[in-house]
Write a protein that binds this ligand. Structure first.
Ligand code: ADP
Ligand code: NI
Length: 210
């Protein structure tokens, strides 16, 4: 007898939690938990196989290239973990295909995503937006010694500094249009609006007006 849906999810989530324990800012188990919850929420609206969605959300960053000498191992690790737990082959293959194709980096060469893959990709992208997205951008800046904003932009016309605020514009505000599902797009809009009002207030405070 194989594990029940709940048992399988519990086992996978505890494996992921312990494997990611060492990974720091923005990419630890906290990110996984939020993506998992958001993916379940989207599934309630958009449908799709809940088991596949939950497993792919839990496993999508299990072998992140940043922590494996630049080599992306998430698909390989997912297959190993699911096979060890006796998950059925159709589920394992579907989860592996999603995990292998949802990353932002791979978007140009990615295979077509199933509804389940689209839901998990939207949930992952949503975690770069909103209040959480602001916090993760700041955490990234701290970890990689990048300022959140350029206090003296006029001086840097020639060589523009990379900043957290720059990252909002260069990447994060483009995510809304890349959403797969209508429900994901709606959440992205709410989160982007929140970031834009944060930036407006931030700007006021920086210029002594807020
Ligand atoms: P993922 O793999 O989940 O798509 P990344 O590893 O690219 O995410 O980034 C993790 C977090 O750090 C995200 O919230 C992202 O927006 C933020 N981040 C990534 N690159 C930068 C950057 N150059 N400046 C500021 N924040 C960044
Ligand atoms: Ni992720």
């Amino acid at each position: 007898m194989g594990l029940s849906h709940r048992e399988l999810i519990e086992q996978v989530s505890s494996i992921v939690r312990s494997r990611l324990a060492e990974q720091g800012a923005g990419h630890g188990y906290d990110h996984i938990q939020r993506v998992w919850k958001t993916a379940c929420h989207l599934q309630g609206i958009c449908g799709g196989n809940l088991l596949v969605i939950e497993l792919a959300a839990l496993l999508h960053d299990i072998g992140d290239a940043k922590f494996h000498h630049g080599q992306e191992c998430s698909k390989k690790f997912s297959v190993e973990i699911l096979n060890d737990l006796g998950a059925d082959e159709v589920t394992v293959n579907h989860v592996a295909q999603i995990v292998d194709n949802i990353s932002f980096r791979k978007r140009a060469s990615a295979e077509v995503l199933s509804l389940e893959g689209q839901v998990v990709q939207d949930a992952d992208r949503l975690d770069a937006l909103g209040a959480i997205g602001i916090v993760r951008t700041i955490e990234f800046g701290v970890a990689f010694d990048q300022p959140f904003y350029d206090a003296e932009p006029a001086r840097h016309n020639a060589e523009q500094k990379k900043t957290g605020v720059g990252h909002f514009h260069e990447k994060l505000f483009k995510l809304r249009n890349l959403m797969n599902t209508d429900a994901g797009r709606e959440m992205a809009k709410t989160r982007e609006d929140f970031m834009r009002s944060f930036l407006a207030q931030f700007e006021l405070e920086c210029t002594g007006q807020g």
